[in-house]
Design a protein around this ligand. Structure first.
Ligand SMILES: *[C@@H]1O[C@H](CO)[C@@H](O)[C@H](O)[C@H]1NC(C)=O
Length: 218
């Protein structure tokens, strides 16, 4: 056995000495689907500035708050994994500016050059229209991923279908869609999410997220 290990060690040294031009893929430090269910329920504040999700398992969810079916708009949605989801906060885009983002927090992960691969997530669009009712109307979601290496950004567009335009008693709960990212969503330092509602007469549109599946490489 000892001899076999020595042989392997020599082999790998030889390979390194002759050098392959591309570096080996960084090792996965962790791989998981974030369900946010161990976070405290939001006491009712929907301002990401005062009630932020913050950093969860190495990723900072910028511009997001925790929400549950107890909240006035989320009660119309079938939550993928109970009880929590994250929401970019009522009218966050309109009132607080910027688009919500997922950003690797290398202080939390411990590796200053760490990156992440975004695999999939569950998403619904919460659309607030002119009558100030919030529901799951159609929306176009653009994900822009920035690479740690400085390579060209990657983009992916997802269409969330119209679910129901008249939430209320007897209306089935709206379902979340599943976004599966192409395999160039890797080596990322951040992913911005921007939404455009399909209908007119819209005051705000927010992404609701759950089951964010990713892996962190270092
Ligand atoms: C990043 O993580 C560190 C350590 O956990 C934390 O103190 C800091 O607030 C986090 N930054 C953001 C933007 O969430």
């Amino acid at each position: 056995m000892a001899r076999f290990l020595t042989f392997l060690a020599v082999l790998s040294t030889t390979f390194r000495a002759h050098g392959t031009p591309t570096e080996a893929a960084p090792a996965a430090k962790s791989s998981y689907c974030a369900k946010f269910d161990d976070l405290p329920e939001n006491p009712g504040g929907f301002d990401p500035a005062t009630d932020p999700v913050g950093t969860y398992k190495g990723i900072s969810y910028l511009g997001f708050v925790v929400a549950t079916q107890h909240n006035s708009a989320e009660k119309y949605f079938n939550i993928p994994s109970q009880p929590n989801i994250i929401n970019s906060g009522t009218q966050s885009r309109d009132l607080y500016g910027g688009s919500p983002a997922l950003q690797i927090n290398t202080t939390a992960t411990g590796g200053p050059k760490d990156t992440f691969t975004l695999t999939s997530l569950r998403l619904a669009c919460l659309v607030t229209n002119g009558a100030l009712t919030s529901n799951a109307n159609g929306c176009t979601v653009l994900f822009v991923g920035n690479k740690r290496s400085g390579a060209r950004s990657v983009t992916y567009e997802y269409e969330y279908p119209n679910q129901n335009t008249n939430p209320g008693p007897g209306t089935p709960l709206a379902t979340f869609g599943t976004v599966t990212f192409p395999n160039n969503f890797k080596g990322l330092s951040e992913v911005f999410i921007s939404l455009t509602a399909v209908q007119n007469d819209v005051i705000g549109v927010d992404p609701l997220l759950d089951n964010v599946c990713l892996s962190i490489q270092g």
